[in-house]
Design a protein around this ligand. Structure first.
Ligand SMILES: NC(=O)c1ccc[n+]([C@@H]2O[C@H](COP(=O)([O-])OP(=O)(O)OC[C@H]3O[C@@H](n4cnc5c(N)ncnc54)[C@H](OP(=O)(O)O)[C@@H]3O)[C@@H](O)[C@H]2O)c1
Length: 343
């Protein structure tokens, strides 16, 4: 649902080539929109009006909601009730009800589903039980930040009270909708902060750093709009913890390397390296790929950590597919490894 949107379209592109998933009907609000205009290989995939959602879903196992949070929270309950596996790409099911009301600015309409929703940060998420259920696919900034910081916090490497997060996203992060601040003439040549200190991914980052990193954090958090189509660069900076500050910089980097190996050794969609300019670190090459690229530099007892993802792939559609893969007991990266970014 939401196939015409940036995340929905990317999802269709991935699913059409997936070795074990067949793309069923797609849904758009406009009757004359054709998926095959964007993806010629989708000529046999019907695009249906929303009024046919419940009937058409009888024949499918999994429903992806690539819709705004206020739409997802209306659609998910009936789908769960009908026994579907639902992966919601919006922020509707990532927070507890009170936090949702505060950060999304309106009340939740299906808060009763929140306790059962599984936050799907792969590979950290717990396995899904078979049968119906709801995955809250993580936010794009939150994904880049959590993938970088969880291993660092688990290793006890930083003094979390000094943490500063400076994350920048390409313009597709805001979706396809028309808005003056997203016009080419406004975005091109700029890199300006927005929603400073009030971005809705902050509570998501805090909640899951506490859960998987074991540390309560209250970072300085700034998001900016990059003048590119896709990709997120999250820079995360902190002083080392007292125990790690006793190490020289090279020894601290070696221990970080070990922490990332332990975290992601069995997971092929993370590349990590120490050093200022690791060859793999490239927004242009991560664009289109399902990978997370992480690099870390320790200088003078301070950590400089960078995590790069494609906001539409690892940050949305690719991770949604990873969630279904693990639900169906497929390798987490099935259908995703051949998607490398291009220059
Ligand atoms: N863009 C990203 O990088 C990113 C990353 C992670 C998560 N997300 C989340 O993923 C979701 C989709 O984001 P997006 O960027 O792909 O947005 P988008 O490009 O604006 O697309 C949103 C889609 O939602 C559909 N929609 C809106 N209202 C609807 C309704 N009442 N009933 C049915 N469909 C409706 C629209 O369908 P029509 O076009 O047919 O009207 C549209 O295709 C959002 O919740 C967003 O927060 C986005």
């Amino acid at each position: 649902v939401g196939a015409r949107g940036y995340s929905g379209l990317e999802l269709c592109r991935i699913l059409l080539k997936h070795p074990a998933i067949q793309l069923g009907p797609c849904f758009a609000t406009s009757a004359d929109w054709k998926l095959s205009d964007f993806l010629p290989e989708a000529s046999n995939v019907p695009v249906l009006p929303m009024s046919e959602l419940n009937n058409a879903c009888e024949k499918v196992d999994v429903v992806f909601l690539a819709t705004p949070a206020e739409v997802s929270m209306k659609l998910a309950p009936a789908l769960i009730q009908a026994g579907k596996k639902v992966v919601d790409l919006s922020g509707a099911y990532r927070l507890e009800a009170d936090a949702f009301n505060k950060w999304y600015g309106h009340a939740h309409e299906s808060a009763d589903l929140l306790p059962s929703a599984s936050y799907g940060l792969v590979p950290w998420a717990k396995p899904m039980p078979s049968g119906a259920g709801l995955v809250a696919n993580p936010g794009c900034y939150a994904t880049a930040i959590l993938m970088g910081l969880i291993p660092v916090l688990r290793a006890g490497a930083i003094d979390a009270s000094t943490l500063v997060i400076d994350a920048k996203s390409g313009a597709s992060g805001a979706g396809r909708k028309a808005a003056e601040n997203l016009l080419f003439t406004e975005v091109d040549g700029e890199c300006l902060p927005y929603r400073v200190g009030r971005h809705q991914h902050l509570p998501e980052v805090q909640r899951y750093l506490a859960q998987w990193g074991g540390v309560e954090v209250d970072p300085i958090f700034v998001t900016s709009l990059l003048p590119v189509r896709r990709g997120i660069v999250a820079g995360m900076y902190a002083r080392l913890s007292p125990a790690w500050a006793k190490l020289d910089d090279a020894a601290a980097e070696a221990k970080l390397s070990q922490a990332f190996n332990e975290a992601y050794g069995d997971y092929p969609l993370v590349q990590h390296a120490a050093g200022e300019k690791p060859a793999m670190l490239s927004l242009k090459r991560v664009a289109g790929s399902a990978r997370t690229q992480i690099s870390y530099v320790v200088k003078g007892g301070k950590l400089h950590l960078f995590s790069l993802i494609d906001n539409l792939v690892k940050g949305a559609a690719g991770q949604a597919v990873e969630n279904v893969n693990r639900w169906l007991d497929l390798p987490a990266h099935a259908g995703l490894l051949d998607r490398e970014g291009l220059l």
